[in-house]
Design a protein around this ligand. Structure first.
Ligand code: AVJ
Length: 323
């Protein structure tokens, strides 16, 4: 028997196209060039990211799984949730640990994955609908920075934002995001937030500059996305992958460094972008948190921390927070 999956789409083609055009024009005409990380994730980029999560150097995914495996039942019980909403759900690999725990608690009624990629979203939604018959799967295609207010409100919800993706937002954007999310929660709803923690700089840098060069390929992939989507003529191999840890801001920065002078046409934008040899374009920040700072940010956004969990090595945090 096939389970019906409901798909709610808040991203028409025009919306994605407009935000891509806007981001690229803004970022590449700035004095210090930058591109937002959300454009890494086309099919090839999502596949590269999934390879990253299996790299020996990339600890966050495995550490978060350790916390989830050890505490899923506790999280399900403390949250009291019957509905799981997952922001940036991707392949929903970690999700089954939470859904199984909610099912064991006898509470599971609905799952709402939220992602920008329709294919990933549809696959995950169908797979989980088949695994949990009787559970309402309502997939929402949306940009979690823009469409929080449009998420389904039914049930007692736990909103999971895993993987440390919150670290891709700069502090100001994080405050807007957390405050906006808090405003959409009803009494009894909870947030389950995954956040990578500050640690030895060498380990941090290696996690974003792996020996096999997968992260480098992931970083350059954004240029392939611009070539395809905006008719640009980047030579991705003319850019070097750079990963550094900014100790003042507690974040990893990924950059693409031009290895020679060049001029890149972005056909669809009617733009010609000059790069000088050695010039760096920032493509991602990935913030690393200190437990106190993370608690402070959550409480400033109006959350109450219910449980602050980490793996035994203190590498990665999973925070359950209430209203
Ligand atoms: C998916 C955002 C959590 O910041 O660690 C992995 C993305 N970038 N390697 C992260 C990423 C480079 C990842 N997140």
């Amino acid at each position: 028997t096939r389970q019906a999956v409901e798909l709610i789409d808040h991203l028409d083609r025009g919306y994605l196209r407009q935000s891509l055009e806007h981001d690229v024009r803004t970022g590449l005409t700035a004095a210090a060039k930058w591109l937002p990380p959300k454009w890494f994730y086309d099919a090839a980029g999502s596949e590269l990211f999934s390879r990253i999560t299996r790299l020996p150097e990339y600890y966050p995914t495995r550490r978060e799984l350790v916390v989830l495996r050890g505490h899923a039942d506790e999280i399900a019980r403390l949250s009291g949730a019957d509905t799981l909403v997952e922001l940036g759900s991707g392949t929903s690999e970690k999700t089954v640990l939470l859904l199984d725990a909610m099912e064991r608690a006898g509470a599971l009624r609905a799952y709402t994955p939220v992602d920008v990629d329709a294919v990933t979203l549809g696959d995950a939604a169908r797979r989980l609908a088949a695994r949990y018959p009787g559970v309402t799967v309502r997939a929402v295609r949306a940009d979690f920075e823009r469409h929080l207010a449009l998420l389904p409100r039914a049930g007692r919800r736990m909103v999971a934002f895993l993987g440390g993706t919150v670290g891709n937002l700069d502090p100001a954007a994080r405050e807007v995001f957390l405050t906006g999310l808090r405003a959409t929660l009803a009494p009894g709803d909870t947030l389950l937030l995954g956040a990578d923690l500050v640690k030895d700089t060498g380990r941090l840098v290696r996690a974003y500059d792996d020996a096999a060069g997968v992260t480098a390929a992931f970083n350059r992939n954004v240029l392939r996305v611009l070539n395809r989507e905006l008719g640009a003529d980047f030579d991705p191999e003319a850019f070097a992958h750079v990963a550094l840890y900014d100790v003042r801001n507690d974040w990893i920065e990924m950059r693409l460094r031009a290895t020679r002078d060049m001029r890149v046409r972005i056909g669809d934008l009617g733009l010609s972008v000059p790069f000088t040899a050695g010039e760096e374009t920032r493509t991602e920040i990935s913030a690393k948190f200190r437990p106190d700072g993370l608690r402070r940010e959550l409480s400033r956004a109006g959350f109450t921390v219910i449980r602050f969990l980490t793996d035994p090595d203190g590498d990665f945090a999973l925070v359950l927070a209430g209203t």
